[in-house]
Design a protein. Sequence first.
Lengths: 716, 716
Amino acid sequence: MNTHHPLHLLLNPSSIAIVGANNNPMKMGTMHALSILKDGFAGTLYPVHPREKEVLGLVAYPSVEKLPVVPDLAILVVPSSEIINLVEEFGKRGTRRIIIITAGFRETGDKGKAEEERLKETAARYGIRFLGPNCMGVINTSISLNTTVMTLNMKEGRLGMVSQSGTYISQTLSYLAKRGIRFSKAISVGNSTDISLTDALEYLGDDEATTAIALYIEGIAEPKHFLEVAKRIVPKKPIVAQYVGGSIAGARASQSHTGALAASDHLYDGLFKQAGIIRVYSVEDLYGHGWMLASQPRLKGNRVAVLTNSGGPGSSMAHTCEKQGFIIPEFSPHLRKKIEPLVPPHAPCGNPVDITFSMDVEVLSRKIPEIVMESGEVDAVVLHGTMRSGFIKAIYPHIVDMLNGISLESILDMVRIDFSASASLPKKYGIPMAISSFFDFEDDFTTAYHAHDVPVYDSPEKAAIALASLLRYREILQRVENKNDVFLTEKRQFAESLLITAKQQGQTVLDEFHSKRIIASYGLPIADEVLVYGEDELQRAIETIGFPLVLKACSHTIPHKTGKGLIFLNVNSTAECLTAFRNIQTNAGQKVPVLASRMIKGEREFMVGFLRHELFGGVVLFGIGGIFAETINDVTFRLAPLSISDARYMIEDIKHAALLQSVRNLPHVDVNALANIIAVVSSIGVNHPHIQEIDINPIIIEGASPVIVDALIVLK
Amino acid sequence: MNTHHPLHLLLNPSSIAIVGANNNPMKMGTMHALSILKDGFAGTLYPVHPREKEVLGLVAYPSVEKLPVVPDLAILVVPSSEIINLVEEFGKRGTRRIIIITAGFRETGDKGKAEEERLKETAARYGIRFLGPNCMGVINTSISLNTTVMTLNMKEGRLGMVSQSGTYISQTLSYLAKRGIRFSKAISVGNSTDISLTDALEYLGDDEATTAIALYIEGIAEPKHFLEVAKRIVPKKPIVAQYVGGSIAGARASQSHTGALAASDHLYDGLFKQAGIIRVYSVEDLYGHGWMLASQPRLKGNRVAVLTNSGGPGSSMAHTCEKQGFIIPEFSPHLRKKIEPLVPPHAPCGNPVDITFSMDVEVLSRKIPEIVMESGEVDAVVLHGTMRSGFIKAIYPHIVDMLNGISLESILDMVRIDFSASASLPKKYGIPMAISSFFDFEDDFTTAYHAHDVPVYDSPEKAAIALASLLRYREILQRVENKNDVFLTEKRQFAESLLITAKQQGQTVLDEFHSKRIIASYGLPIADEVLVYGEDELQRAIETIGFPLVLKACSHTIPHKTGKGLIFLNVNSTAECLTAFRNIQTNAGQKVPVLASRMIKGEREFMVGFLRHELFGGVVLFGIGGIFAETINDVTFRLAPLSISDARYMIEDIKHAALLQSVRNLPHVDVNALANIIAVVSSIGVNHPHIQEIDINPIIIEGASPVIVDALIVLK
């Protein structure tokens, strides 16, 4: 635990002052105060109120100055116009942590933005670190602290949550309680004027009570820093994130909400992959997968047992598990023999195991899972059909007449089961388990699973998909185990001079030849080529390179050559060569140098790029190249600088990654050479601040080897 | 309503006999009987029991013969060994509909399979139509008939359900009740020995009480018939289906369960698309999307309003709606002006509308939705944040002390709202609405929405995705409005003779030349070509076709030529031509005819295929062709014969459909010509029963026109 982190004191105060609470239970400030008062926080709460003598049964103080102690934390729920003065007063009083619930700053326009700046300066002057404005505050279940407006109703948990929407740590509290999902800490960061989402992530990374972290993100202000922090955390604990943004109306809604920075979904996707963050697309999965990751043991392999009391859910779980990358191994004869006596004749017991409808809940809930976990034949269990009180309640109206007035409660009392025998299996065997139940939290099996941190989902597919988040994390850990040092080559002076000269001459782009010279100076493979200024130099080019040739106009004034008669492919004779040269001059409408290159033939084309993004900084791109690049649009992004292992993952990450394999008589692509191109391009971008963009397309695979065929460098 | 359909009487009996019920409430037979007795069925139930005089308070009859009336329906829940005798007895007594709950037939192996055959014959002898065996029976909410083992707890509804898993119409009944999802009819088909899934689908298609149909499928025994039936229904009402199968363990689980026929996921996907069925991947979506489709008005366009009391859910709904194909139009100034007075200053009201946290539930639940629906600016509404009792319950523990002992119930009584004002909006305006609520069924808004058939989902993304099922149905209806007659050309005698001759000569495949002759006889575009038997014929080929040429070995003994030195591309001179011819002879190791074809150049390659599938019959394939066809694996299937509109949809349906568009200087592909190839290939397959498989790959796009470059016909 990092006790020096600004959030440490904010989440663990002994005393809290609240400004904005009164005795009207429907006022927001009061609701925040009530949560602190009623949910078990053992510290002291000091209401500040200009007129009331008593607030919620506590002595109220007329001003900050009059407070009997220096509170560790202040919570402000007053109109935005009063905030800065209050920060000033708390600053003078000596308080160093503040939660500003109040909205009405940056998100309201220019005036609010200026106010927010002034707020930041004021706090900084006093060394105050604050959360918000425009947030819901925090939850720390280990000290029963809840500063939101809703009832906590949650014991100590293991999922750390950081949210850019206050709703997801308040409106959802009863939703979470029903599902047995429990936070360790939850932090609503609001406008992140001071303490940011990344700060909160960093804190949870060091927090022993937190075993997995869930992030709700509408935009990250400092992606590079976020990446560094996340990369440090992921080897220790999993991070799952939902990113909402990158769409037109989404940006409209989101910017108007927290004023967060939205960017292309592609970029965030790349950021998450590079960081090893598991991405989800709904808040249900954010919680549900987060809880799976927080509560279950690490997965040791990809073999899953599918156990059910009904064919439909069993088939669906099996189908979904396989789609998610699990294998469902057929059980050994030895294991089958142990299960067979427990199930009806003809019931499938080779995995999936379907005990069919049965009143003997012990068999499905404990006996079979335990036999299966003991066997060593699987690494995880997904189980559908445990039920007791939910089932009995459902059929009670039908049987009540036959029971001579026995109450539902008495029946439930009669059927006693040691639920914990099933619920404690994951911990006992170190094997994760996911439960699917159509009775969800209305069944006492569910209650027991919740108490033992075993996640329960309300449909079979959902249980299987949530379980697969453990598989995703396993894949991530295997990746980060590889050497992952950032790749940076020495800066080449030749390249830097070339760029500076072009810049000084007022060029906005380098021509193809000079773009490639820079790339070649870093040792990347370029097709042999000669820049030809006049017809007399053509013969030398032919001798140097040989046929077939490609001839292209080469000038920084013509960055895009396609479709203008400026490119001649497959030139096979001196005569053709001359004709092509002359045609280029004519079509260009000016005297233009011609780049004569060896014609590279290959069936597979890729592209690599670099661009300097306003928000993300240097960004590297890899994808399918060639003339269909934009149509196919199969690209992946990472932040520069990256590691060789990042570059390799980019190559595996595109949808058409199978094209790299040996196909028909084409060899497997030299992936090391391709990864090297990506890493070096990233380094070139980082080394030379004059570069705005590097666009290498296509890289043609000749035999197994990537060769750079066209390139363009755009200056900043 | 089709009163002649075998399911009509089965679902609407006046009298039911049940065999297998006794007075033990935990026995399956008793549970089935209890459902009939207790859930409101107004007809008469006659227990048959050899020993008991009374069962569940009813007179029990010792045998079928002794029944006082001829029951319309019999339900059998006895050991499988007794089933056939009972069917016989009911047959003699005059009963013509039976539900066989009992399992233990086909799914247990060969002996069970034979028994099932005998069962079928026995029933047929008496004109009995039966459901099952190995099923849960039926639900008909319009007469409160429930033959499953679980309590119905469901008023009359509109979703028709057919399931190959009994669980999905029984174990899930309380799950459905909580979510306000109500069946019109539900039919568990079990082994489908007599009445099949398709029969049930057909019945629901004609059933006025059913406005949408949900299918849980593990395998369809008669895909062609299913397609015909579904195609007739879809223009009248939407069908949504989950298919679970096509995976290794899925098949293992599923076959052992209902013994259903599983096949490639690709084939079922094609079947659903051809039929206009909306596919889902979880039972949650099967119900949730089914209920949206059953309960909401048809969508008239793709403009959606996103209304919320919280930024997070608002952003997520907007993001998800856009991903699903909705647009979120910015409201007109006129409309904004109407909303502005209702929301706090600075609150976004241009769509999304975010009223932020507010106690005035009328604004979010009724006023704004009504203004928006009235405006004509949107076609659908998605709404998050309505809450009353759920919210009050959640904060009650915090405020109870301040309320001088006022009970929760009294508070709830004090805050009276006309919930139906919001819940009746979709019907009033004919505009669909989806609700997202974290309080789900614990809120009285939810109760009201349920009562008015407005679907409520427990997360914002789920509401948005469910709403999009209406968009999917709209797209389907637009497609089926097009002329959709099956395309079949006249059978060509030339082709038939060629096939018969080859067959008689014991060939298993046709060589490329003859395969193409058959295809060409149907008018499809083949590259000019000449079959050359000796060197002396080469010159004639050159004169006929011109350079560049392609030379390929052509023999039915060498169906696969790649990588064996049997193909020479881009042959540009007579000398090269002769060398190629000789090399082919050498590499083939035999004297072999050579096919000399015009070299077709083009950047885009597709493939079309036909195959005769054991289960699906004639199946047509379209996808990306060329040497990477298998690597890219972008294909779509349909059943033959198909329509031109089916063929066009196949072309749009592949993932790389954008390749058909104009890219750089390549023109838009002639889609009519490509669709014609698909339709004609389908027709060739249908016309000639000797064909097992047609494999056309590649079809190269030359300019805009598809040209068939290679083809192979495999004989049956």
